[in-house]
Ligand binder design. Structure first.
Ligand code: 2AM
Ligand code: CA
Length: 294
């Protein structure tokens, strides 16, 4: 909360909005640098632990996996954040964050390992995902592909980067029939959230589909332009918080599958894409079931 106090003092001393914006900018720039250091540190810890035997447990169902590495990585972030930024809130998948966190103030939304099934079965294709929001606005997104040692990052208004090189903003027209879409084949089989025939129609309409098993990496590849869209029916806030910020900085659009706005206070369906195919996917293809409860 310390920087908010500064802002209020600044206003009282007659600093104009431009000055306040600059202060916020500088503050998030330094939070970004700090977060990046912790992400690299956590990545090293995860790489070091890969060859050791790991305890694997299941959560909501037999395919919902968690290991002690997921937990200790989240704990690492939580301890650092509580030490350095005691006024910030934390929402983490493994529950080490705040019990009752809303989105007011500065909030870290953390998935210590996104793609745990890949982590367990393949020991690759998983990422650390850290999104930092202020009063509900995405300020910083970090997605770290731990095995490839590739960091995708963005800060609001400052662009998106892959290992320090700027990612190009989406431009020009993209046709659906020439697009590659990230989607899990599960959604083309009968399920309770989406009319699977509408998904089959979409899969037939695009040039090709891919499924990487880590939502964070799907967002990262979309931002990089190696895919043109990403469609899925149920993701938690920590799966998407960083990705949304990065996609925004390359000029992409992210919404729920019916085109409505995302809420980071619960689960969401997702259509994230190049702007020229977003409306077509949400309006002409995806048909959600009446009460998908997402
Ligand atoms: P996780 O590995 O952190 O659990 C896999 O297709 C993607 O969906 C991953 O990003 C995975 O995140 C996420 N995921 C898996 N099960 C989920 C669930 N029950 N609710 C929301 N997201 C889930
Ligand atoms: Ca996870």
């Amino acid at each position: 909360m310390c920087f908010l106090v500064h802002i209020i003092k600044g206003n009282q001393n007659g600093i104009n909005n431009k000055g306040v914006n600059l202060m916020i900018d500088n503050n998030f720039k330094s939070i970004h640098e700090q977060a990046k250091k912790w992400v690299y540190e956590a990545g090293e810890f995860i790489r070091d632990s890969l060859d050791k035997p790991m305890l694997i447990e299941t959560k909501s169902n037999a395919n919902d996996l968690v290991t002690e590495i997921d937990k200790s990585t989240e704990e690492f972030f939580v301890n650092k954040i509580r030490d350095f930024y005691p006024s910030h809130k934390i929402i983490g998948e493994e529950g080490f964050g705040d019990r009752e966190a809303n989105l007011s103030g500065t909030v870290w939304i953390i998935d210590p390992i996104d793609g745990t099934m890949n982590f367990v079965h393949q020991k690759r294709n998983f990422a650390i995902s850290v999104g930092i929001y202020h009063d509900g606005v995405g300020m910083i997104g970090l997605i770290y592909d731990v095995i490839s040692d590739v960091l995708y990052e963005a800060r609001k208004g400052a662009g998106a980067f892959k290992n320090g090189s700027p990612l190009e903003r989406f431009s020009g027209e993209r046709k659906l029939k020439e697009s590659i879409l990230g989607i899990n084949g599960y959604w083309a089989t009968e399920n309770r959230r989406v009319e699977h025939e509408s998904v089959q129609k979409l899969i037939k309409a695009v040039r090709g589909t891919r499924s990487y098993g880590s939502a964070a990496l799907e967002f990262a590849y979309l931002a990089e332009g190696v895919m043109d869209g990403y469609v899925t029916m149920k993701l938690a806030p920590w799966d998407i918080a960083a990705g949304i910020v990065i996609i925004e900085e390359v000029g992409g659009i992210t919404s729920r599958a019916d085109g409505s706005a995302i809420s980071l206070e619960g689960n969401n369906s997702i259509v994230s894409s190049h702007p020229s195919i977003h409306k077509e996917i949400t309006k002409e293809y995806i048909q959600l079931k009446d009460n998908p409860s997402i």
